[in-house]
Ligand binder design. Structure first.
Ligand code: SF4
Ligand code: SF4
Length: 290
């Protein structure tokens, strides 16, 4: 069973909640799908057993030993990545190049080479409560949604091989391509929100996305006591829109203290009220029928 923990925006406490769930009970596979800014490995210090290169795309590069500066490629590039200077020398902007390969195919001199963007990585291994898979997209590299898919596939394979029934997908913030790749086909989607106007508006956007994919979403209001009025509005909106609020968590600065010590709050102090609430919520999520 894949359980995706997402939020319409960053800073809602989604990753600390995912970390608490991952250490709340039985063995799990935890997959950090926030490939642009993976952070769970900092808490769990996993033992990486496998490192896989992720080719996020290609960049066109001219071999000037072969190029005759005929300019043909400049006419074909739909991304305006190729230009000729006043001196007639043709250059390619690595930033604008989309890696479509067209110029390399039309060049009569075969002077354009397509270089793979291969700095991104996927890691898989073990952590203290099961197995862990995560991706790291290199700065400037793209196609994070595809890397998320790769992380999910690996997480599923790992779960099968290790006989683990629960996969937690810690999603990226926002509702872009990587977030959609995280929730598509997941068994359960939990949206973590916070009691602010932007929190409510991002919850609505995320709920719209889950609705489009016919996924039944659950919601957690984190730090609900920081603004009980907006928390009430969130609950009302959720009840009117068929989203079950599965838990409300109070603000607790010890969550940050736990993170600093590379621990989830349930590991840091399992007796705390907040730890017990998180364990209860996790049980409810596991028991919730879709
Ligand atoms: S088409 Fe080939 S030979 Fe002509 S300018 Fe482009 S790279 Fe150079
Ligand atoms: S690979 Fe495509 S996008 Fe990149 S320079 Fe060539 S034609 Fe333009």
């Amino acid at each position: 069973m894949e359980i995706a923990i997402v939020s319409g925006k960053g800073g809602t406490g989604k990753s600390s909640i995912s970390a608490a769930f991952a250490t709340a009970g039985g063995r799990v596979v935890i997959a950090d799908c926030d490939v642009d800014a993976a952070n769970l490995y900092l808490i769990f210090n996993p033992v990486d057993e496998e490192e896989t290169v992720y080719v996020s795309g290609h960049n066109a590069v001219i071999n000037y030993d072969l190029c005759t500066n005929c300019g043909l490629c400049t006419d074909y590039c739909r991304f305006d990545a190729i230009s000729a200077g006043d001196d007639g020398i043709v250059t390619i902007s690595g930033i604008s190049c989309d890696g479509c390969f067209l110029c390399s195919r039309v060049c009569p001199e075969k002077a354009i080479e397509m270089i793979p963007n291969d700095k991104s990585r996927m890691y898989s291994g073990s952590f203290r409560n099961g197995r862990m898979v995560y991706g790291k997209l290199a700065p400037g590299e793209e196609n994070s949604g595809k890397l998320v898919n790769m992380v999910r596939e690996k997480a599923k394979e790992t779960a099968r091989e290790n006989n683990i029934g629960t996969i937690i997908l810690d999603g990226p913030p926002g509702i872009g391509c990587p977030a959609i790749s995280t929730i598509t086909g997941a068994d359960k989607v939990v949206i973590v929100t916070e009691p602010t106007i932007s929190g409510l508006s991002d919850l609505k956007r995320m709920a719209e996305v889950t609705g489009k994919f016919s996924l039944q979403a659950l919601a957690i209001i984190n730090k609900y006591d920081l603004n009980t009025e907006i928390s009430g509005q969130i609950e009302e909106w959720c009840s009117q829109n068929g989203i079950r609020v599965i838990g409300k968590l109070p603000f607790d600065s010890r969550i940050t203290e736990a993170m600093i010590q590379s621990k989830s709050i349930t590991e840091y102090n399992p007796q705390l009220d907040i730890s017990n609430k998180l364990k209860e919520i996790w049980q409810q999520i596991l028991n919730q029928n879709q």
